[in-house]
Write a protein that binds this ligand. Structure first.
Ligand code: FES
Ligand code: MG
Length: 592
């Protein structure tokens, strides 16, 4: 038999399906993919094979719209000359997964990397939506670096109760207070919370989902306008079709994630995060995506590029409106246009449609100034995250823009030092301790208390729990004290509007200063200097350190599953994106 000449393969999928130089394996790879009706001309006709990473399922209601949307994605892929192959992604439902969905972000990432690397895929449509699904998909696309485009499931329709908008997540914080004070019973509580979820889709508030979908668009990883279209709208199906069409051309152009998600694109996303009032989970997720691209993005970058910008989007929890209003007002392109007009965006960043973000968004504008404000007439100035550090931790973040007037009066009213306060610490070890004791009068929690929670970081509560925003004791709520300052080594739900100090790194379980804080210690927080310190002598701190070491360090509960155990061995801290430490050295693996 004559030697078959080796010609360069046009697409990586041809190494599996159409590679005469490796006839044995090609036949083996090919035959099983024919067995459900695909033809040789489809798989060997020089067409790109496009993966559709399906995150929707009955276990993932926020992303379930994708089960139907992918039909339009497939239509688009076929029409543009590609062949779609859909496959499931490990589910991550924020409101369903115990102990926390955040534990599964890195697991979903790992498994998606294996799929994208190990199967005959030339490009991929990432179906994003619920909080962690977006970073998990973008992290994997970053590592493998085959052309990728994100399609959102879209927010739910607006929730309504007695003529008022009820926003997902945000309503829970309010309803919990009403339940605690007896204003609502159990039935009334459940009914009120359920009004906020009137259709398929993800949280309709500016929680972590709308934040991360908006930032995926700001990074350039989806088509313009993708993030905000509500899940049930006709435009959502049309966006799915356009996304399917576009990924085929992205493969032909070899427009890979590393060409789109550059350092400048991350700086754009940080700016957009401030303007939309984005979730405090965004730094963790974006720092993680960047780490997988070999870009060092730090908590300091968030303050540097985001703190001084204004909040423009009037969505709950910071404002009044919800997802449908955000879309009608113009969504991400309208927000980016405001930032461009004020010189706050790197306009030359390339995006998924092959145009720059400047070309896509310049000249777009808000159709409703109540929802998306003008840059010069914002909801709040200096609305980004502040970085804090001190003897309790090296890095933590605070969304200072959600500090209420009541809070300011109580804590920040010293005319000589208007941005600093000193208060007494009460410390809880994990959520169980907090729930069991928050209302205990013996702790003497009063209006001059800072609530701390530790043992809830990536190691302490594997994945890091969303529990830092703690309510005040019932007896203070009844007195009208609605919130106390909260600090912790865990996270806070993006749908909560509390001015907490979050993501403290290193966490107590990794040897951070929080581990040696005691009830009754005085703590000083200075928002001007960006410091948070326990006012305890160095001698005493050393003594406590020695005692803790003798006791074998800060104790965490045992792991409940094999993945929790593996996660704890491999994971880094929240400030660095909580990535699996060994994973970030693998970059652009599709080329290897
Ligand atoms: Fe899934 Fe909020 S719970 S988006
Ligand atoms: Mg959440």
């Amino acid at each position: 038999m004559a030697d078959t000449p080796q010609k360069p393969l046009k697409y990586r999928s041809q190494a599996w399906f159409d590679n005469p130089a490796n006839a044995d394996m090609t036949a083996l790879y090919l035959e099983r993919y024919l067995n459900f009706g695909l033809t040789r001309s489809e798989l060997q006709g020089g067409k790109p094979i496009i993966g559709i990473a399906q995150t929707g399922s009955d276990l993932s209601p926020c992303n379930r719209a994708h089960v139907d949307l992918v039909k339009r994605v497939r239509d688009g892929i076929y029409e543009a000359g590609g062949i779609p192959l859909e496959f499931p992604v490990h589910p991550i439902q924020e409101t369903g997964k115990r102990p926390t969905a955040s534990l599964d972000r890195n697991l979903s990432y790992l498994s998606l990397v294996e799929v994208l690397y190990g199967y005959p895929l030339d490009g991929v449509v990432l179906t994003i939506g619920c909080d962690k699904t977006t970073p998990a998909c973008l992290m994997a696309a970053a590592t493998v670096d085959i052309p990728a485009i994100a399609l959102s499931s879209g927010p739910m329709l607006n929730g309504w109760y007695k003529g008022q908008r009820t926003g997902s997540g945000t309503i829970v914080w309010m309803a919990r207070e009403k339940l605690a004070t007896g204003e609502l019973d159990y039935e009334g509580f459940v009914e009120l919370v359920a009004t906020s979820a009137p259709s398929t889709g993800f949280c309709n508030t500016m929680g972590t989902a709308t934040t991360m979908n908006s930032l995926a668009e700001a990074l350039g990883m989806s088509l313009p306008g993708n993030a905000a279209i509500p899940a049930p709208y006709r435009e959502r199906g049309q966006m799915a079709y356009a996304t399917g069409r576009r990924i085929v051309d992205m493969v032909k152009e070899d427009l890979t994630p590393s060409k789109i998600m550059t350092r400048k694109a991350f700086e754009n996303a940080i700016a957009v995060n401030t303007a939309i009032g984005g979730s405090t989970n965004a730094p963790n997720h974006l720092n993680a995506i960047a780490a997988h691209l070999g870009i060092e993005l730090t908590v300091a970058d968030w303050e540097k590029h985001g703190y001084d910008l204004p909040l423009l989007v009037n969505l709950q929890p910071a404002g009044e409106y919800l997802g449908e209003d955000y879309h009608r007002a113009g969504g991400v392109p309208a927000v980016v246009a405001e930032l461009i007009a004020n010189g706050k965006i790197h306009e030359d960043c390339i995006t998924a449609n092959g145009k720059t973000i400047g070309e896509n968004c310049k000249g777009q504008f808000s159709w409703d100034r109540a929802v998306i404000r003008e840059f010069g007439k914002p909801m709040k100035e200096h609305a980004g995250f502040k970085r804090l550090s001190g003897n309790l931790f090296d890095n933590a973040i605070m969304k200072t823009s959600v500090i209420s007037e009541e809070f300011r009066q109580r804590y920040l009213s010293n005319p000589k030092d208007p941005n600093a306060f000193v208060a007494k610490a009460i410390v809880f070890d994990g959520p169980e301790d907090y729930h069991a004791h928050i209302d205990d009068p013996k702790l003497s929690i009063d209006e001059n208390t800072i609530l701390f929670i530790r043992g809830v970081g990536p190691l302490g509560y594997p994945g890091a729990a969303e529990v830092v925003n703690m309510r005040a004791p019932n007896y203070l709520l009844e007195k009208g004290i609605r919130s106390l300052p909260c600090v912790g080594d865990g996270r806070q739900s993006g749908t909560s509007g509390s001015p907490s100090i979050l993501n403290a790194s290193p966490e107590a379980a990794a040897g951070g200063g929080l581990a040696i804080l005691k009830n009754g210690d005085m703590v000083r927080i200075d928002l001007n200097k960006g410091t948070c310190d326990m006012l305890v002598s160095n001698e005493e701190l050393e003594k406590r350190r020695a005692e803790l070491e003798k006791a074998g360090g800060y104790k965490v509960p045992p792991s409940q599953t094999p993945w929790q155990e593996i996660f704890r061995k491999e994971v880094g801290q929240l400030a660095e994106g909580m990535v699996l430490k060994g994973a970030t050295k693998f970059q652009r693996v599709a080329k290897t």
